[in-house]
Design a protein around this ligand. Structure first.
Ligand code: NCD
Length: 303
């Protein structure tokens, strides 16, 4: 695949995406060697909470015959609490594992870790920076459901801080027929550096604060949680509950508009719409397993 560390969505191009997605397709059909990664040990080093990302990586490793060691609350239960630097922790975990999956509250933490790591580092979320493997499973889900490159997608929420929206935008820029509608309060807009990148790539995008208008005529709504942990408390209080997809909103969107969410959700998608055929966020989470299995096989050259 030509990748060692997976730090950022900027590392991907159409060619390595094809490889990852076709490998994921095979895995989805049950076509994989359950002993391919026998003897390999993955370390999941999580300094922030996670359900899907950590458990799907661990499940992926086990399904491929490998094993894992884990600190699910590394901020408190690893030596970080004693003052050990990330650099030292990474050097040590290198001695015990063949691959490190890292989630950390600091933007840039994975990149820093990769400088001190001989084994591959996978960025499983670095503060309000990026979450590249989430974006891979998001795009894989989109491709499996929409068979055109000229689709329109609304990405909604706190786009300043929500890392999955950054990584997904970067991957979408590889599709120059896509049209992105960014919906957020003015103070929580997608970073300017990212917008400049999209402009340079000739990606068609617009920005609005109007949720109802913004989601009206799109093929996909990519809804997100307000990341309270990164927002100022007044920002959270001011914006919570503003953009909720409920039964009433469903009546105003397209009959085929798909609703995605990286999850976890709080109140931005009402549970009453879970059974609607357009709500595909659980399928999206399931795809995370296939994508992560594919990534592990490719990183260990076993695909
Ligand atoms: C996201 C994350 O942690 O970046 N979760 C995930 O990995 N699916 C989103 C979130 O925390 O809201």
């Amino acid at each position: 695949m030509g990748l060692n560390h997976i730090i950022s969505a900027y590392q991907f191009n159409k060619e390595n995406l094809r490889k990852i997605f076709s490998e994921s397709d095979k895995i989805k059909r049950g076509n994989f060697d359950g002993k391919a990664l026998k003897g390999k040990i993955m370390a999941t080093l999580f300094y922030e909470p996670s359900t899907r990302t950590r458990l799907s990586f661990e499940s992926a490793m086990l399904r491929l015959g490998g094993n894992f060691i884990s600190t699910e609350n590394a901020a408190e239960f690893s030596s970080a609490i004693k003052g050990e630097t990330l650099k030292d922790t990474i050097r040590i975990v290198n001695l015990y594992s063949d691959l490190i999956v890292l989630r950390h509250p600091d933007n840039g933490a994975s990149e820093l870790a990769s400088k001190y790591s001989k084994v591959p580092i996978i960025n499983a979320g670095d503060g309000n920076g990026e979450h590249p493997t989430q974006a891979l499973l998001d795009l894989y889900t989109i491709e499996s459901r929409v068979d055109r490159e000229d689709f329109k997608i609304a990405i909604c929420g706190d786009l300043r801080d929500y890392r999955s929206s950054h990584s997904l935008s970067i991957l979408l820029s590889l599709y120059n027929k896509v049209n992105i509608v960014y919906i957020s309060p003015r103070s929580l807009q997608i970073p300017q550096t990212l917008l400049k990148y999209l402009k340079d790539k000739n990606v068609d995008f617009s920005q609005t604060e109007n949720f109802v208008e913004g989601i009206k005529e799109v093929d996909i709504i990519y809804q997100t949680r307000l990341p309270k942990e990164y927002m100022k408390s007044n920002e959270y209080e001011k914006n919570k509950g503003k953009f909720t997809i409920d039964k009433k909103i469903l009546l105003s969107i397209g009959k085929k508009t798909l609703i995605m969410h990286p999850l976890p959700r709080v109140d931005e998608i009402s549970q009453e719409i879970d059974s609607d055929f357009r709500a595909i966020y659980f399928e999206q989470a399931r795809n995370g397993l296939y994508i992560r299995m594919a990534l592990l096989l490719l990183l260990f050259d076993k695909a």
